[in-house]
Design a protein around this ligand. Structure first.
Ligand SMILES: [Zn+2]
Length: 671
């Protein structure tokens, strides 16, 4: 048995041993009250930036305490370097590619997936989720099995939905409140997702000053502090020793290694190695460090078994309970990972990897092999000199992924003649063929040097657009496409610029290009629908929306787009119903609430309008217009004094709001 496959007890004290035995009994006895589960997912947190994983400069006392009083997995690894697919595997115990989940905010986790929350709810747990980023919202299937799903994002903007987040303290607060309100006697499962360590790194005080030179670590310190609030709340209620507390990373962060600043492009350990610590009820196995390789997909079966809930068959992950209790495995299973982010966002090749024992093989246009034991930084590619080992690992990788052909990632339908002509007129020829036929794409490691300038052009273009310079924005986006014609996000951005300047036909071409490049995202189809609607082609827009629904059936943008079509066709009652569904699907969508309120005004549905305007006011969305709307509500209810008050508030915020001026003088004239 090598050191790599040995469970090592860091410290065993006699007093603790008794507590350990008692804890074991609590977990295993069906008669004893069942343990609660607090699962914390640490977004973008590298294992080696925590104190318990050896970072002496880290400020992570709470996570370090959980490790000290619990079990720490020293070599835990993720199956995907991006949030959505990483969490899909953590919560299901299944490689997310089986479901076609290969990107953020795209193809959702299908409803038939059996999740950790469903397993626990089915055996009597109260379940609550508290989410830090929109990419894990209901629309992507992450609410399955939760009684309560808390995902409110202030200032939510659909066009910037990938960056919609809320700070750790704002996620933990409702979670703690929920736990406090629960009736005693019924076990709970709370999932808290903390997104702060994701770029941009802007830690709150005091970490913005104490970590001025290392803001990424400042964000991790803030995450740790927020977890401390939850732990303190559990202790105050006497629940900590009756709760299984787990913190696991979804993926790491490259921080410049291998030429990547953030994550998604590569499969090196800087992004695949994750922290995983868990404090068991009664501090069972306190101080244990597991050194053999474990996988994020092993989390779900491990937690179910620890909580005495039946583990479903057919998972890719396996329970680590025996390993936790000191029985190291002879031959830990291979860890598979993949990233389609380079393919879907840049048109480069996807990457797949397998980690077996001390080796990692990365399958790429130019494949890589690293001896992790001696080359943890993955600098020396020995694929050429160790060809036999490389091909054995390649076969292993193919074996893991072999059953997945039944559920391939979605393929774009072949473009029709009209689409092809539009693409040619824009100068796009290369990718007009159906996806897949255009070949594998460049090796990401050959392209990453251009990534910074590419991203800079896109960032600068966004600033140009924001500052009313659409022509300059278009120029920069075209430069970015010259670097990389297959970047679907850039085609969407360029389409949006054309929309701003009423060039609907060109916009449509860009959106169609994007749809061919990333068939797993509904965004290009919905954008195309709005371009068609702007051209007055409601039927064609409706067809695009139906296509989008096939890709992301749960998205709030589907009913929103339908509402726009109905409104344009003068069918207000129908529009009202669509907007109502959009608001239910995403209560943070202020734009849908505002549309719903305005249609409600036209239909004289005073209560509907009042509810929406009050919600908009609470969210701080366009306060002048919202007070104006509340004035209308008050007037419709016959309360002229309140109406005048609301109109004056609207005018105080925006003196140029002519509708409010007219309404106020009409009211005062009537006096
Ligand atoms: Zn993430």
């Amino acid at each position: 048995m090598s050191a790599g496959t040995t469970a090592v007890r860091d410290s065993v004290r006699p007093v603790l041993a008794a507590a350990v035995a008692a804890g074991l009994a609590v977990v295993l006895s069906a008669q004893a009250p069942r343990a609660n589960l607090l699962l914390i997912t640490l977004d973008t947190v590298r294992a080696d930036h925590l104190g318990s994983y050896g970072d002496k400069q880290a400020a992570t006392p709470v996570l370090d305490r959980l490790a000290r009083e619990g079990v720490r997995f020293a070599d835990a690894t993720s199956h995907a370097p991006i949030t959505g697919p990483a969490h899909a595997g953590i919560l299901s115990g299944v490689y997310p590619a089986r479901f076609g989940v290969r990107d953020n905010a795209a193809t959702p986790l299908p409803p038939e997936t059996f999740t950790l929350a469903e397993g626990l709810k089915g055996s009597g747990y109260r379940t609550g989720a508290f989410i830090g980023a929109f990419i894990l919202d209901r629309a992507y299937g992450f609410d399955q099995g939760f009684d309560r799903f808390d995902s409110r994002f202030d200032r939510f903007d659909t066009r910037a939905k990938l960056s919609a987040e809320r700070p750790a303290a704002s996620v933990v607060e409702p979670a703690v409140a929920w736990i406090k309100e629960l009736p005693s006697g019924q076990p709970f499962f709370a999932w808290i997702h903390l997104y702060d360590a994701h770029a941009p790194y802007t830690p709150p005080a005091p970490f913005n000053t104490t970590f001025r030179a290392r803001p990424y670590d400042g964000e991790i310190a803030a995450v740790d502090r927020a977890i401390g609030t939850a732990i303190t709340a559990l202790e105050a209620r006497g629940l900590l020793d009756r709760t299984l507390v787990v913190a696991i990373g979804d993926h790491g962060e490259s921080l410049g290694e291998h030429g990547e600043d953030e994550h998604g492009v590569f499969l090196y350990d800087s992004v695949l190695r994750i922290p995983w610590v868990m404090r068991l009820p009664g501090r069972e196995r306190a101080g244990t460090v597991i050194r053999e390789q474990v996988r994020a997909i092993d989390l779900m079966p491990t937690l179910l078994e620890l909580l005495n809930v039946a583990v479903p068959k057919g998972l890719d992950g396996e329970s680590l309970v025996a390993v936790v209790r000191g029985r190291a495995r002879q031959d830990p299973p291979p860890a598979y990972a993949e990233t389609y982010y380079p393919k879907l966002h840049f048109g480069w090749s996807e990457l797949r990897s397998v980690r077996v024992g001390d080796w990692k093989f990365i399958e790429a246009p130019r494949s890589e092999l690293y001896a992790l034991r001696t080359d943890a930084a993955e600098r020396a590619n020995v694929a050429a000199t160790q060809g036999g080992l490389a091909s054995r690992l390649n076969a292993e990788l193919t074996g893991v992924a072999s059953g997945w052909s039944a559920a391939p990632a979605r393929q774009a339908p072949a473009p029709d003649r009209e689409t092809l002509e539009r693409l040619r007129s824009l100068g796009y020829v290369g990718f007009a063929a159906p996806s897949g036929a255009a070949g594998r794409g460049a090796d990401p490691k050959d392209m990453v040097a251009k990534l910074r300038s590419f991203r800079q052009l896109v960032t600068d273009a966004a600033a140009d657009l924001k500052n009313g310079r659409p022509a300059a924005a278009a120029g920069k986006l075209k430069q970015a496409l010259a670097i990389n014609e297959r970047a679907y996000d850039v085609h969407i951005a360029l389409g949006d610029v054309y929309m701003e300047s009423q060039q609907h036909e060109q916009a449509l071409g860009e959106y169609e290009a994007a749809a061919l490049l990333n068939p797993g995202s509904a965004d290009p189809l919905l954008a195309a629908a709005s371009a068609l609607l702007a051209e007055g082609k409601a039927d064609a827009a409706t067809r695009k929306i139906a296509e989008a629904e096939g890709v992301e059936p749960l998205s709030h943008e589907i009913p929103f787009a339908r509402g726009r079509v109905s409104e344009q066709m003068g069918r207000d009652a129908e529009a009202l119903a669509h907007y109502d569904r959009a608001v239910a699907a995403n209560p943070s969508d202020a734009r849908a609430r505002a549309r719903l309120a305005n249609v409600a005004i036209r239909l004289d549905k005073v209560d509907v309008a009042a509810t929406q305007f009050n919600a908009l006011l609470a969210a701080g969305y366009q306060p002048a217009r919202t007070h104006f709307g509340l004035g209308w509500v008050a007037e419709a209810r016959g309360d002229r004094a309140a109406a005048a008050r609301e109109y004056r508030r609207a005018l105080a915020l925006d003196p140029g709001l002519t509708g409010a001026q007219k309404a106020l003088s009409r009211l005062e004239g009537k006096r």
